[in-house]
Each structure stands twice: as C-alpha cells, then as structure tokens.
Design a binder for this molecule. Structure first.
Ligand SMILES: [Fe+2]
Length: 251
C-alpha cells in the first residue's frame, strides 16, 4: 500500500483550494492580531504592576523615613547605609546587587520600629533591660510587615537577621557564621559603621580611623571577618567625605 502524499490529499486543481487558502490567510491574520493584542495587554499589565510596586515601595520608604525621624538616628542614615551596603555587596558578590529586593531591604531594615513605642524609640540615653527586650522585637516585626509583599520577599531574611552576630550571640534567632544570610552579614557592617561615624544626641561621632578599628575588633564576634576585610579595604581606598553625606567613588 502506497502512502498518501500531500499532493494527492489536496490536489492543486481542487476547486476548493482558493477558498481554503483564503481562510488560512484570514486565520493567520487573526492570530497575528490576537498575538499583538495579548502583547499589548501584557505590557499594559507589566506597567500597572510596576506602578503598583513603585507605590508600595514609596509607602514603605515613607514609613521608614517616619521611623528615622522618630528614632535617635541621624538624618540620612538610611540612604547612607543603603549606599555602603550596596557598594560592599558589589565587591563581595555582584549577584546580590542584581537582586533589587536586597537594596530595598537595606533601606527598609528598621521598618519594624514602627511597632516600638515612641518613648523607647526616642529615649535619650541608654535603654533599661525591659526596654531593650521591646526594642529587640523590631527585626521580627519588620519581617512580618514586609513578608506579604511578594516583590520584597527576598528582603525578609535580611530584615529579620540584621542584628545577628557572627559568633551566634545576636538576635532574634542567634544564628552564627554562614547561617546568617550573606546580605545580612554585609549589611551589619555597613549599618554599624554609619552609626559609629554619625552624631547622636547623646554622643559625638567617631572619626574614621577609630571607627574602622572598632569594626576590625568586631571581626569574628559581631561581624563576618571576610566582610570586614573587604569593607576596610573599600573605605581606605575611597574614604567617605567629611560630613558622611555620601561615599565618593565607592558607590
Ligand atoms: Fe535594626
């Protein structure tokens, strides 16, 4: 038995051929149009999603800035810490910087302070033991605030673990060494350095050299020694300007 060829199945002189051909062309056009509409719709959806993310982020950033205003941190701490953190992350693992949520996490790290009473947050002078217990809840509160926002998912771990210590004596989970997410180990150095080199109502800021000494002393206890090494090299290569408003060449 011979196989049926295409030419035999649809003879070229079939009188229905032009109509089939015509139908195929119409069908192809409709498909093209459908494809174009789908593309337009999905790019419209992407734009809406982008706008939604931007407005979520703007709300979160405003909230973070409200906390900064109430907290005893110096104005600009969030931007500077984010800049230090990103510059340091770029040197340690550039793939981290490709994840926008990591940068957002640097900015939103203390968002949980929104749940800390103002008399504790704004207290001038040292906190007592009970007040510290309350203050130490802010990383968990922050992680809970950010967790439902899907595009910030990757920032949750950083926010939760930004006060862990390399030797396992930090909070909230007493993670140690590489159990602490790398972005949190990086952030912890950047955050502490900015806190040390900024004026607070109850103390003057430290100069660059003693601050770097203190960071180095904390290698292995508070901080990841590898992260400290890269941080010190980075700051020595391009020290921040006097008013610490920005990191010159390092960012
Ligand atoms: Fe914090």
């Amino acid at each position: 038995m011979t196989e049926l060829t295409h030419a035999e199945a649809v003879p070229l002189d079939d009188p229905e051929m032009p109509a089939v051909h015509e139908q195929l062309i119409v069908f192809a056009r409709e498909l093209g149009e459908l494809y174009r509409l789908e593309r337009a719709r999905s790019s419209e959806l992407e734009k809406v999603l982008e706008r939604l993310q931007e407005s979520y982020l703007a709300t979160m950033k405003s909230l973070a800035q409200v906390i900064e205003a109430k907290d005893q941190t110096t104005h600009g701490h969030l931007e500077r810490t984010q800049a230090y953190g990103i510059a340091l992350a770029r040197r340690i693992d550039p793939a981290l910087v490709d994840r926008p949520a990591v940068g957002y996490g640097f900015f939103l790290h203390d968002i949980g302070k929104v749940g800390i009473p103002e008399h504790i947050l704004g207290k001038e002078g040292p906190l007592d033991a009970g007040e510290w217990d309350v203050m130490r809840r802010h990383p968990v509160l922050g992680a809970q605030i950010v967790a439902p926002i899907s595009f910030l998912e990757e920032a949750v771990e950083l926010i939760r673990h930004h006060h862990e210590w390399f030797d396992g004596t930090g909070y909230p989970d007493r993670l140690a060494g590489e159990e602490i997410p790398l972005e949190a180990r990086i952030f912890s150095v950047a955050d502490s350095f900015d806190a040390m080199t900024s004026d607070r109502p109850y103390r003057r800021r430290m100069e660059l050299a003693p601050a770097l000494d203190e960071i180095t002393t904390g290698a292995g206890t508070q901080f990841d020694p590898e992260v400290v090494k890269v941080f010190v090299e980075m700051v020595e290569a391009a020290p921040p300007s006097d008013d610490h408003r920005h990191l010159r060449a390092v960012v």
